[in-house]
Design a binder for this molecule. Structure first.
Ligand code: T1G
Ligand code: NAD
Length: 655
């Protein structure tokens, strides 16, 4: 098997080239190849060494697929030290994304050059780790403590220009990278540029208070997560001790994290997200349909956000509403959303204007004759949806994909309202649709393979994470929400308060506790849905009696100023004794004995409710795999990624 690392002498410069698709990850073979190349260079006529990569990116990190296996020498930290100690000037040339161990390799060079489009980053914290190949020690020496802490605790890559400003990149190469880099290396040699071993540099002056400041901020922003705090400890060590001591400390902390549950969970989630995009029974060579124009029917809460999602990906969108005033209202929501994105610095004025220009409005369906994809997002009413799909069937061209954003209605029944059920599926976005990453792709009984494959690919283009779901009430996420909500109500009646339940779940890592979520979504949504059900279909009254009493008392949640909590004008929740009394009275009415309930019991029962339903969803073939359910619940419902998702968490705690 040939090595993924080549070494050639170009004039007086030894060129080391890594070629390990798809992202030049630092597999054992790559690490061995780098070591061999540097050993060869040590004895030849080269005056300097240049490291470049083939393919779409510089080294994008350690090979995550090797984690958890017995580590094989050369270990990356030792390799970085060995390359840094080379007796020849060493330059790294960066394109694509130099991430994690990849950027740590570049940091062990004397100098770094990069094309303008390149990015560098240390995203280990996203895997519950820290840069474990000297990154926590070299980065502050080059960029200073503050920039180093920002880069490593955010995990976010930065563009080459910003990296140059921070001192992490020395030269921007316009045009061809290799040619430009060779010229740059020759110039360094001609100028007799000094060797600059990063680990030999001092950490620049800084305010010693910065470490506790970062600890406090991270304690809130990354509550319960261990890796960010370990990164602060390592940088503090870099500022206070020689490199050898600091890098030994880094190694110790890295190994602790690697063996910990949070990193196992985040590494699981990294691959789970990528696996979700693969549909096991789809032929690999399915020819995809073109999607260059989209229409959204219904410009309400969801329709506006869905329209923005496609416009933001550069795809023209026609928003169809029932009347001119409804259309104006829908477009006004979109304008407000774009203005908000610009205000928050998420989008530049120009970019927002360019996206907004891709959205047009209509009130008649004749404008839909040529669109490639229609997404229906009208009221949650099956008959209305069937009417609309019958109209779309008449108006839209052959081969157009017809999708519904319904939360609960039967996608097979909607498909049956057309003569082309093979072109129909569900595209279930989550509110707010232009922000939430999850997209449940609901596969109808008759949905054609190419329609499904097209939408799975389209998800990545509109920056969503797709998960395939079969047709059932609530698909995957909303179906799991039912038993979760039921268990929440039982815990209240059995003795927990709303604030105790929410605090227990938020300390576990949920973005929001269940009662705050229900108040946010509106208690009237469930109330209206239950009105259409018989007593039998409603199930155990303990599951809905209190929410119904709240709605009948005009307490609809945040939208009405009170629900399970009372809300001030800034929507800040306050526990409400009136609600406590309502719960106690209902408990005695239902003959439920109240008792003290521990936070652990709350977490165990609520996560257990999700997991039990998750197993049923897999057994019924609604979800392809358990890890897909994890992706749904992390991206759609705020389950903590550092616990891997409900199914992974259960597998860990089951031991
Ligand atoms: N190791 C192994 N496989 C990887 C990989 C990695 N680091 N990165 C990506 N892949 C695979 C991925 O599974 C997929 O495989 C394919 O490459 C394309 O990825 C010691 C310990 C680089 C920005 O965290 O952020 O270094 O599904 O679909 O959208 O301190 O991949 O095709 O079979 O994501 O263009 C630190 C993780 C590691 C970077 C490209 N590095 N990767 O995004 O493609 S820890 C990272 C990414 C570390 C050191 C520590 C992205 C990308 P398949 P993709 P993409
Ligand atoms: P909404 O009431 O906010 O908006 C529905 C819009 O459809 C209204 O603006 C209405 O004018 C328009 N409309 C009604 N009949 C129409 C017709 N014949 N032609 C064109 N437009 C018509 O509802 P929403 O919250 O945006 O939900 C829309 C759909 O998305 C529902 O099926 C819902 O279940 C689903 N959904 C909602 C959420 C959510 O959190 N709100 C999340 C995911 C999916």
């Amino acid at each position: 098997m040939s090595s993924p690392v080549k070494y050639t002498l170009t004039g007086n410069i030894g060129v080391v080239t890594v070629d390990n698709p798809p992202v030049n990850a630092l597999s054992h073979a790559v690490r061995q190849g780098l070591l061999d190349a540097f050993e060869t260079a040590a004895g030849d006529a080269s005056e300097a060494l240049l490291l470049v990569c083939e393919g779409r990116t510089f080294i994008a990190g350690a090979d995550i697929s090797e984690f958890g296996q017995p580590p094989q020498e050369p270990f990356l930290p030792d390799l970085c030290d060995r390359m840094e100690a080379s007796d020849k000037l060493f330059v790294a040339a960066i394109h694509g994304t130099a991430l994690g161990g990849g950027f740590e390799v570049a940091l062990s060079a004397d100098y770094r050059c990069a094309v303008p489009s390149a990015k560098v980053g240390l995203p280990e914290v996203m895997l519950g780790l820290l840069p474990g190949a000297g990154g926590t020690q070299r980065t502050p020496r080059l960029a200073g403590v503050d920039a180093a802490l920002q880069l490593m605790t955010s995990g976010k890559p930065i563009p080459a220009a910003m990296a140059k400003e921070a001192g992490l990149v020395d030269e921007i190469i316009e045009g061809d990278l290799v040619d430009g880099a060779l010229t740059y290396v020759q110039k360094l040699l001609d100028d007799n540029a000094p060797r600059r071993s990063t680990s030999a540099l001092d950490v620049p002056e800084h305010d010693a208070a910065i470490f506790d400041q970062f600890r406090a901020v991270l304690g809130k922003k990354a509550r319960g997560q261990v890796a960010p705090q370990a990164i602060v400890d390592c940088v503090e060590k870099a500022a206070a001790t020689p490199y050898e001591e600091g890098v030994a400390y880094e190694r110790q902390r890295f190994m602790e994290l690697m063996g910990g549950d949070q990193s196992k969970a985040l590494r699981h989630f990294f691959f789970a997200e990528r696996a979700a995009a693969k549909v096991d029974d789809l032929p690999r060579d399915v020819e995809l349909r073109n999607v260059e124009s989209v229409a959204v029917i219904g410009g309400g809460t969801m329709g506006g956000g869905i329209a923005m999602t496609f416009a933001n990906a550069g795809i023209p969108v026609t928003l169809v509403e029932i009347s001119d005033e409804a259309l104006e209202r829908g477009l006004a929501i979109i304008d407000r959303n774009y203005a908000g994105s610009v205000k928050r610095g998420k989008l530049s004025e120009d970019k927002a204007a360019a996206c907004r220009a891709l959205i047009s409005g209509a009130t008649d369906y004749s404008q839909l004759a040529d669109v490639d994809l229609v997404i229906e997002a009208v009221f949650e009413n099956l008959n209305l949806k069937k009417e609309i799909f019958a109209k779309l069937d008449d108006v839209c061209k052959d081969g157009a994909i017809l999708a519904t954003n319904t939360s609960y209605q039967d996608v097979n029944e909607i498909a049956a309202a057309t003569k082309r059920p093979q072109d129909v599926l569900g595209l279930h976005f989550f509110s707010p649709a232009h922000i939430m990453k999850l997209l449940e792709v609901v596969r109808g009984e008759k949905t054609a393979d190419d329609v499904l494959a097209t939408c799975m690919k389209l998800a990545k283009r509109i920056r969503k994470v797709p998960v395939v779901a079969g047709v059932c009430y609530g698909f995957i996420g909303n179906r799991m929400l039912q038993p979760y909500a039921q268990q929440t109500q039982l815990l209240l009646l059995e003795g927990a308060t709303p604030e105790q339940v929410d605090t227990a779940m938020e300390n576990f890592g949920m973005a929001m506790g269940p009662l705050r979520v229900f108040d946010l979504a509106g208690l009237d949504v469930g109330y209206k849905a239950r009105e259409a059900l018989s007593e039998e279909e409603k199930g155990d009254p303990a599951g809905y009696r209190v929410p119904d009493l709240l709605v009948e008392a005009g307490r609809l949640g945040q939208k009405s100023g009170s629900g399970f909590y009372s809300y001030d004008e800034n929507r800040k929740p306050t526990p409400d004794p009136e609600v406590h009394k309502m719960i106690e009275d209902t408990a005695s009415e239902l003959g439920i004995k109240r008792r003290d309930i521990s936070d652990d019991e709350i977490v165990e029962r609520l996560v257990g409710a999700l997991v039990d339903e998750g197993h049923k969803i897999i057994d019924e073939g609604i979800a392809q795999r358990a890890s897909d359910i994890d992706v749904v619940y992390v991206y759609g419902y705020g389950f903590p990624a550092f616990r891997g998702g409900p199914m992974f968490h259960a597998s860990l705690t089951a031991g």
